[in-house]
Design a protein around this ligand. Sequence first.
Ligand SMILES: C[S@@+](CC[C@H](N)C(=O)[O-])C[C@H]1O[C@@H](n2cnc3c(N)ncnc32)[C@H](O)[C@@H]1O
Length: 266
Amino acid sequence: MVLTDRLISTRHIDDPFSKDRQAELTRLRLLQRRLDPISTGILKQLGIQPHWRCLEIGAGAGSIAAWLGMHCEDGRVIAVDTDTRFLLGMRFPVEVQELDIRKASFPPGSFNLIHCRMTLADLPQWRQVIANAGRWLAPGGWLVIEEDWPGDLTESSPHPAWQRLHRAMLAHQAAHGLERSWVRRLPAILAEEGLVDIGMSARMTCVGNDDAVHDDWRSRMLEAGPALVGEGLLSEDELAEGLREFDDPGFADFAGAGVSAWGRRY
Ligand SMILES: C[S@@+](CC[C@H](N)C(=O)[O-])C[C@H]1O[C@@H](n2cnc3c(N)ncnc32)[C@H](O)[C@@H]1O
């Protein structure tokens, strides 16, 4: 394993997803348990080959990087993350690079596969990263992007307080440059970057009965709560009511959709 470009993590301890928090490794492992069967199914369907050179962006706790390392033993796997502490000591040949993907630069045509899951939607510069990744692909190489689309699915929700909170969260994220409706447009975006053989799959995500999605929303809402009130998106009572409803043991509802999209460089 090679560790290069070490940098101070751009994330702050107040970040609900900082790896300084004890619960973060557990959260990432739950995410992996939920999403790995979907991601690896897509990668197999795309015909992963032992000689492929792969880039895993925002590698997190490393399950997909390790899977790629196992399947591409004659190629090369680079795993990039701004905080690589959970990537150390992997059992498979993976080159770990601690860097910010927004500042990364790889020669054109470097990779047969670039995979990025649940990382771009937190970056206002997501579009630039997609454009760069398209250039880093070798001819025939695949770009696979997987993100949660938090579209307004609460219109028919039986939980009015959660519905208000969900809408306020989307408005808050949009006001801070993290509008996420683009996730649904991923196939069109990949085509705009010149990729071909575009594909997409999606499945509903739920809160209330899925630990990883529920905890993710809960952490984001708790962190954003004061801002939601400060920005006039919710009253304090509405925030408290929404959080109460969300934490009710009988609560379960839609949160959005998990989207996977892929395309190939011609
Ligand atoms: C929600 S986790 C997803 C982890 C992994 N992709 C998965 O799905 O299991 C997002 C990861 O992206 C990393 N990350 C966030 N911003 C990044 C950036 N600008 N460049 C590289 N990695 C980044 C975080 O440190 C974190 O490990």
